[in-house]
Design a protein. Structure first.
Length: 244
């Protein structure tokens, strides 16, 4: 009995340690710089992506964030959202291969965005939002190498690319690009107010028509019931008449 209890106690300890290990690994993974949403459709237009930067240091604050955008598969029409306490510097570069669009040929694109002036404290994170005009449609993913500088001078280089499914220690943020028309990314179109109003009116009209039909059927049912009772009474009276 004692041996059985010891075995159960050891099993519980192993399970607890395993759980703690999983939670610790999840905590480390969640501390990486990431991009949100995780995916968009190839060639998507007029969208927003956010670079989420957590602070991993207990005794230092994040004071500078540098995001490098790929130029071999450029993101077009980049605009930076004003960030409280932060100043953004946008750097553009000449493209080796110009991109042809409906509005003309693009020869320059944003290659780097640097945020400075703000602070991300211990146990905190910051989302840096970037709007785009169009994503490329000739690649399956975009890698945004990022440098995170702390107030103590330490620089974390989120530049390593994942290979063979193994996640490196400092992975670079990656945006997956899915096939056009797929469910990837937050790209569900928002219905306009006029469309919503039209749908509401259509639904109301349909409901009103259904109510009118239901009322008509109810009245018809009552009439048929009354006629049936009248016919039954007439039959009873007629059946009693010869005997009288």
């Amino acid at each position: 009995m004692s041996a059985h209890r010891t075995t159960l106690r050891r099993a519980g300890t192993v399970a607890a340690l395993a759980t703690a290990g999983v939670l610790a690994a999840a905590g480390v993974a969640s501390a990486h710089v990431t991009v949100h949403p995780e995916s968009y459709a190839k060639g998507a237009t007029d969208g927003v992506i956010a670079f989420r930067v957590p602070n991993e240091e207990d005794k230092a604050s994040t004071t500078k964030v540098q995001v490098f955008l790929p130029t071999d598969h450029p993101v077009l029409g980049v605009l930076v959202t004003p960030q409280n306490g932060w100043t953004a510097k946008v750097t553009t570069s000449k493209l080796k291969t110009p991109v042809k669009t409906d509005d003309g040929t693009i020869t320059d694109a944003v290659s780097e965005i640097t945020w400075t002036g703000g602070r991300i404290g211990a146990g905190q994170f910051e989302d840096f939002n970037v709007a785009f005009g169009q994503l490329p449609d000739d690649t399956d993913q975009l890698t945004f190498k990022t440098l995170q500088t702390y107030s103590d001078g330490n620089v974390v280089r989120w530049i390593e690319e994942t290979t063979a499914g193994d996640e490196p220690e400092n992975p670079a943020p990656v945006l997956k690009l899915t096939a056009k028309g797929s469910a990837g990314g937050d790209q569900t179109p928002v219905a306009s107010a006029s469309t919503a109003a039209t749908d509401t009116k259509s639904t109301s009209a349909s409901s009103s028509s259904s109510d009118s039909t239901a009322r008509g059927l109810g009245v018809a049912g009552l009439i048929v019931g009354v006629l049936g009772l009248a016919a039954g009474a007439f039959a009873i009276v007629r059946g009693r008449t010869p005997r009288s």
